[in-house]
Design a protein around this ligand. Structure first.
Ligand SMILES: C[S@@+](CC[C@H](N)C(=O)[O-])C[C@H]1O[C@@H](n2cnc3c(N)ncnc32)[C@H](O)[C@@H]1O
Length: 187
């Protein structure tokens, strides 16, 4: 190989490596109900306040990403928090944060498919998925959640359910919607 080709091969190989690292595996891809887009911190706090999350209650964040909802639920609201996340890299990132804040007794992250989660212990469930993903998880929420449990969805409604509260909030030049539902849900 000429000197010029060798010099070209190095950045191409590095770029390819970065692309591969950022890609979800094919199993993750098949099960994915939404890409990772973190909720801005003011939205996280409003979601939990709108759900009236109380100290000692249990919150589930379905698709917990980097764990910000779980950490806020534990630190600011005194709740126990469980996250379910498909991506092993995001689970690792969330666990690092949880450990560095010494929240291991209060916060747990399960690496897996949120469609398989047992939600019967949840008082509050938070979601930031997509409308068609909400259609898919709705039967599980109806099956598992106890009377009085709240579901809070960032930006995407749960079709067929009537919210008890809708908040609109402008953060970083975009209006976000927060939908709150209470079980059993009025239709
Ligand atoms: C829009 S992000 C929301 C992250 C976090 N809840 C927040 O509000 O900042 C959606 C997350 O759901 C995860 N996800 C998508 N499908 C999933 C599935 N089937 N099981 C578990 N996690 C999933 C994605 O990897 C991503 O981290």
């Amino acid at each position: 190989m000429s000197m010029r080709k060798t010099w070209l091969a190095i950045p191409v190989a590095l770029l390819w490596g970065m692309v591969c690292f950022a890609q979800p595996s094919s199993t993750e891809h098949a099960r994915s109900l939404a890409p990772f887009v973190p909720s801005p911190q003011p939205i996280v706090e409003r979601m939990l306040a709108a759900a009236d999350l109380k100290p000692g209650e249990t919150l589930f964040d379905l698709g917990c990403g980097d764990g910000r909802v779980l950490i806020t639920a534990a630190r600011k609201f005194g709740a126990k928090a469980v996250g379910v996340e498909l991506s092993p890299k995001l689970v690792e990132a969330a666990n690092e944060q949880i450990k560095s804040m010494r929240l291991e007794d209060q916060v747990k992250v399960i690496q897996g498919d949120l469609m398989e989660a047992d939600l019967s212990s949840a008082d509050v469930v938070t979601i930031y998925l997509l409308t068609h993903s909400n259609d898919k998880i709705r039967p599980n929420l109806e099956k598992y959640l106890k009377r009085g449990a709240r579901v809070v969805s960032h930006d995407f409604q749960v079709r067929g359910w009537k919210p008890i509260r809708v908040d609109k909030l402008e953060v970083y030049h975009r209006t976000h919607s927060i939908y709150v539902y209470e079980m059993p849900v009025e239709r």
